[in-house]
Design a protein around this ligand. Structure first.
Ligand code: ZN
Length: 214
């Protein structure tokens, strides 16, 4: 249902959403809490920047055949988020922009054949590198909401929300998630373990929150 062409478009849209979300933040509001427990907005942006760098490693892997994992270790991944979150606002935004641009350049260089090359994600899944734009889209769109500067799930493209619900249900296992009613945007937020309203189970009761995802 999602194509490479679509996900590449979403990467550009998601980058723009995050760009706008941080554009007007001063030092204090950038350092304020995000919707993610324990993370400031700076942590979220540092994570999104480090994610672009990590995904570029996978693109490099696909283009050259040289195995380059996303992160050198889980500890290094967290350490980079922590140190990135200490950067001054302008530096952090510049890091976000640079990494986003470098990832876009790297993806633009892939040939049709290279897009099919297998790479291994941080979770240990082997996927064609054509999954990278989707992995990037998820991060950009969901974390744009997490930044808590006015982007909501209802603002995200409907087709993206449908693809995300499909993806999360597959990962969580559809038998572990109750069938729920609500708007598409709220059900997606619910499945992603994010704040939601008006999502009910079959008996009309409010659905219990799921654990955070991503
Ligand atoms: Zn993330």
């Amino acid at each position: 249902m999602r194509t490479l062409r679509t996900t590449l478009t979403w990467v550009a849209e998601g980058t723009e959403l995050c760009r706008k979300a941080v554009a007007d933040l001063d030092e204090a509001s950038y350092s304020a809490p995000s919707l993610l427990p324990g993370w400031t907005r700076k942590h979220v942006v540092a994570h999104v920047a480090a994610n672009a760098r990590a995904l570029r490693n996978l693109v490099h892997w696909a283009r050259t055949g040289e195995p380059t994992p996303m992160y050198s270790s889980p500890e290094q991944r967290l350490a980079d988020i922590e140190s990135g979150a200490q950067l001054p606002a302008a530096w952090l935004t510049a890091w976000f922009e640079d990494t986003a641009q470098l990832l876009a350049y790297a993806m633009a260089e892939l040939s049709e054949e290279q897009w099919r090359a297998p790479v291994v994600t941080a979770q240990g899944r082997t996927v064609p590198v054509s999954e990278v734009p989707w992995m990037r889209t998820r991060e950009l769109m969901v974390h744009a909401v997490d930044l808590d500067t006015g982007v909501h799930f209802a603002d995200l493209p409907e087709e993206f929300l449908a693809a995300l619900r499909h993806d999360i249900l597959g990962k969580r296992g559809s038998d572990t998630v109750p069938t729920v009613q609500g708007s598409d945007a709220d059900i997606t937020a619910y499945l992603a373990g994010r704040p939601y309203t008006g999502v009910t189970t079959g008996d009309g009761a409010l659905a219990e929150p799921l654990t955070p995802w991503l």
